[in-house]
Design a binder for this molecule. Structure first.
Ligand code: 4GW
Ligand code: MN
Length: 280
């Protein structure tokens, strides 16, 4: 029955013919065989700066259970407090690499400067060690399978709050002067800033582009509405992802438990804002 669509309740392919990855649309055994044949190496980058160090243990422990099981994985944890990194026993062919990075004063800079830092480590280190990079927020945990089905040249994930929204309601940057600008009648999906990835080369291009967009705005004393997420959305409008992850891959129970989301694979850990955030 291979000529019948696997699911009829969701969009399985974008208008530019990139797969949208949903539960039930792929055969993980075929994909695993293909990626094992190539001996693929995967890097997972995650930032744990200031009070966000408290999220790293659960992030890594759940990644050990669900993220790319059976494949070679390098965790790159970028932190201002290397001594606070947990001691975790990792599976075979999995390693933890802690990289010390500065803690910017403003939280907007902490999140936005991730683009610059990833870019810099991409040519210095990642390119020698891995084939693909997955870049994630740390205030998350894995709760179900996330494997090689997500990998492709460059991929983004649909924000869980916007997969049913119309494009005029996407929270894109709407000021034409901003380097994150997207007009009301443009934009394919609203992508989350919490999860993206691709080949090391493509992630170099993506992070370099987003970093320069941020700098261009800074020159004008501007900052896009949702910071790095806005620049990422603008990037994906012009450089379309070759795979799009459904919100299964970045679910947030704040948006409930709709039946179309059959699996919640990677979910937002609710934050006690008073404990993790500064007042500024
Ligand atoms: C407000 O006080 C802050 S602090 C907002 C973000 C902060 C922050 C973010 C931080 O102090 N340390 C840190 O490591 N981050 C990293 O940026 C961390 O990886 C986090 O997951 C990512 C994005 O910030 P977020 O998760 O708070 O953003 P949302 O709420 O949009 O997921
Ligand atoms: Mn987050």
């Amino acid at each position: 029955m291979s000529f019948f669509p696997r699911r009829k309740d969701i969009l399985m392919v974008t208008p530019w013919l990139a797969p949208i990855v949903w539960n039930g649309t792929f055969d993980i055994d075929i994909l695993n065989a293909q990626f094992h044949q190539r001996g693929v190496r995967i890097g997972l980058t995650v930032f744990a700066i200031k009070k966000y160090v408290q999220f790293i243990q659960q992030f890594l422990e759940t990644a050990e259970k669900f993220f790319m099981v059976g494949h070679q994985v390098n965790y790159y944890v970028l932190t201002d407090q290397p001594s606070k990194m947990p001691n975790i026993t990792l599976g075979e062919r999995r390693q933890l690499i802690v990289l010390e990075v500065p803690a910017y004063k403003r939280w907007q800079d902490i999140t936005m400067r991730r683009m610059q830092i990833i870019r810099d480590y991409t040519c210095e280190q990642y390119v020698n060690e891995v084939d693909y990079l997955v870049c994630a927020d740390v205030d998350m945990k894995y709760t179900d399978h996330v494997g090689v089905e997500i990998l492709s040249e460059v991929f983004g994930a649909i924000h869980p709050g916007f997969f049913m929204a119309s494009r005029k309601d996407f929270t894109n940057e709407r000021r034409p002067q901003s380097a994150g600008y997207i007009p009301h009648d443009e934009g394919d999906f609203y992508y989350t800033g919490s999860y993206f990835g691709g080949t090391v080369e493509e992630i170099y291009k993506l992070t370099n582009h987003c970093h320069h967009a941020m700098l261009a705005d800074k020159e004008k004393n501007m900052e896009a509405l949702w910071h790095d997420e806005s620049y990422l959305n603008r990037y994906f409008l012009y450089y379309k992802p070759t795979k799009v992850l459904s919100p299964e891959y970045v679910w947030n129970y704040y948006y409930g438990d709709p039946t179309v989301i059959q699996k919640k694979r990677f979910i937002v850990v609710p934050k006690d804002y008073a404990k993790v955030r500064d007042k500024r």
